[in-house]
Design a protein around this ligand. Structure first.
Ligand SMILES: [Cu+2]
Length: 121
């Protein structure tokens, strides 16, 4: 495609006006333009349990699990949407929840260890 310098100049001018407009909107109402900063929430794996066992987060939140036991554990969702490898002491696993819903997970080494992440708007 061949773009004339005139078209290019028009296009750049439009982009500048758009940017100026967005900057003005951002200054007036930052919440409308900038998404809320991504949030991170910690869940401990401790004494053969997930703590907290149930958690409710906003969509877009990243949950970070940390194994605080001296025993290997996993974080494995029942619907297979996320799964850690075997986690040794101090290992972390993280997953970002973009889709609303209720996500049950367990430790595949100790299936009685269960947890649920509730993701809401
Ligand atoms: Cu386990």
């Amino acid at each position: 495609m061949n773009i004339s310098s005139r078209q290019l100049a028009d296009s750049l001018s439009r982009k500048r006006r758009t940017l100026a407009f967005l900057a003005a909107v951002a200054a007036a109402a930052p919440g409308l333009v900038a998404a809320a900063p991504a949030k991170t929430v910690q869940v401990a794996i401790e004494k053969f349990a997930f703590a907290p066992k149930e958690i409710t987060v906003a969509s877009g939140t990243t949950i970070v699990w940390t194994n605080k036991d001296d025993t290997p554990h996993t974080v494995t969702s029942v619907d297979k949407s996320f799964a850690s490898k075997g986690m040794d002491t101090g290992d972390v696993f993280q997953h970002t929840f973009d889709v609303e819903g209720d996500f049950s997970y367990l430790c595949t080494v100790h299936p009685h260890m269960t947890g649920t992440v509730h993701v809401r708007k």
